[in-house]
Design a protein around this ligand. Structure first.
Ligand SMILES: [Cu+2]
Length: 468
């Protein structure tokens, strides 16, 4: 199939600018300046959706088309991307794929059919470069829950909790204490490292869950014996995070909205930027507890929320969880005994090598995919219907949450540890490590692949897949 080049999308259900405000949109998202009061000391101005940040939780029915009206009340063009959905490139909200921009002070109508069921999210896909008031640094993010209508769970409470950092700033080098991937076998560590001085990184020291810093908002009020379903999202454009609920285990039942083959009860969970994890929590330990980042500085700078059992009155308590190893393969099927029907053999393999060119003092690092920053030529061409294996070789000293639009990945190995059956749209490729995923090329059209850390994406860490 011949696909249009980026910037020349097929017109489809797009209302031209200046059309009268239609009254029949199912969802209206107004992008405009908002004030977010994390706590009394942190009252921020940013850009949000419908007067808040995060935006509203959108509950959509799987397979039922929705009309989305995007109104851009800012001075710069915007894009609303639907992360984790299998939708065509012209509504995916990605300039590289040819989705139309929503121009400043104008509106545009999109029609999309939400699928598959599960926890998805929407966010700006604008480039930020050196402007820390754009793209993923703003308050333009929110959950989309695509309802499949077959949720067997009976929960007393369902919560949507987005982890977030604010007031980003540039710093010389980031001590990434929350990078849990350093313990790996370093399969991709080059024999000779580039010892040039590193460039600027984006950092933060201001955090929240949803729009409140730890202790500033209402607690999550529970009763002993309740079962909670919590949808977590790491909505950071900067960092991966580990979180825990003191005194409780969290049972991981879905990742990136997709049920995991092997649910696990853990003391803490790790989420790359852009990833979602759904957990069940049995409220079986009365007290007043902190749910928050496992790193003290991060938690005390706001990344947390109090969980309060009825009738308890003490100070909120934190307990450091045991430092469990985090590994996607825990949640997949074992390689042995996996029915091959569920994991068809790939017909072609695509190799990708990730490298970082240190920028030096005061400059930005540059990221390369197979030796080149974005844009590439026609290196990544898919043939519709084929099953592909993507081997991601991370020859950098960061863990990168890699995301492919409009497709779902089946994780096949992490640092050569095999697995199958775990379906995701974002995968953290470990520090000097390797991740292998399989996918079927079943979504024709341009498809963006990128690191979900905004600065990495902006400085080269992207590639565009095409269909031949
Ligand atoms: Cu990255």
């Amino acid at each position: 199939m011949q696909m249009p080049a980026a910037g020349a999308p097929a017109a489809r259900d797009l209302t031209p600018l200046g059309a009268p405000p239609p009254g029949d949109a199912d969802v209206t998202l107004r992008i405009a300046p908002v004030t977010v009061e994390l706590d009394r000391a942190h009252i921020l101005s940013t850009i949000g959706y419908n007067g808040s940040a995060p935006g509203p939780v959108l509950r959509l029915r799987e397979g039922k088309p929705v009309k989305v009206e995007v109104i851009n009340d800012t001075d710069t063009p915007e894009l609303v991307h639907w992360h984790g959905m299998l939708i065509p490139p012209d509504v995916d909200g990605t300039e590289e794929e040819g989705s139309p921009l929503v121009d400043p002070h104008s509106r545009r109508r999109f029609e999309l059919t939400p699928r598959p069921a599960g926890s998805r999210w929407y966010h700006s896909h604008a480039m930020a470069m050196d402007d820390l008031h754009k793209g993923a640094y703003t308050g333009q993010f929110g959950f989309v829950y695509v309802d499949g209508g077959n949720d067997p769970g009976h929960y007393d409470q369902e919560l949507f909790l987005a982890l977030r950092d604010w007031e980003p700033f540039f710093s010389g080098s980031m001590e990434d204490d929350d990078d849990d991937t350093h313990g790996g076998p370093l399969l991709e560590k080059p024999a000779v490292l580039n010892s040039d001085p590193g460039g600027l990184e984006v950092n933060s020291m201001t955090y929240s869950i949803n729009d409140k810093a730890l202790g500033a908002g209402e607690p999550i009020r529970v009763r002993e014996g309740q079962r909670l379903l919590v949808h977590f999202l790491n909505a950071s454009g900067i960092e991966n995070r580990r979180i825990a609920l003191a005194g409780h285990k969290m049972k991981v039942i879905a990742m990136d909205g997709n049920p995991v083959p092997t649910p696990q009860s853990l003391d803490s969970i790790f989420m790359g930027a852009g990833e979602r994890i759904d957990v069940e929590i049995e409220m079986n330990h009365p007290g007043i507890w902190i749910l928050g980042g496992t790193e003290k500085m991060v938690r005390e700078s706001g990344l947390g929320v109090v969980v309060e059992y009825a009738g308890q009155h003490q100070q909120p308590q934190w307990i450091d969880p045991p430092k469990d190893a985090w590994d996607y393969t825990l949640f997949g099927k074992g390689a042995a005994g996996s029915p091959s029907a569920l994991s068809p053999a790939p017909q072609q393999t695509i190799e990708m090598i990730f490298e970082k060119i240190p920028g030096g003092a005061g400059k930005f690092n540059l990221f390369l995919v197979n030796g080149k920053p974005y844009p590439h030529e026609r290196e990544f061409v898919l043939q519709q219907g084929l099953r592909y294996r993507l081997v991601m070789r991370n020859r950098t000293d960061d863990a990168h949450p890699m995301h492919m639009h409009r497709h779902l990945w089946e994780i096949r190995s992490v640092n050569d540890k095999p697995t199958s059956g775990l379906i995701k749209d974002t995968v953290v490729v470990p520090y000097y490590g390797r991740a292998v995923v399989d996918f079927t090329a079943d979504q024709p059209g341009l498809t963006l692949f990128h690191c979900h850390i905004q600065q990495h994406m902006d400085y080269g860490f992207k590639a565009l897949f095409r269909y031949s």
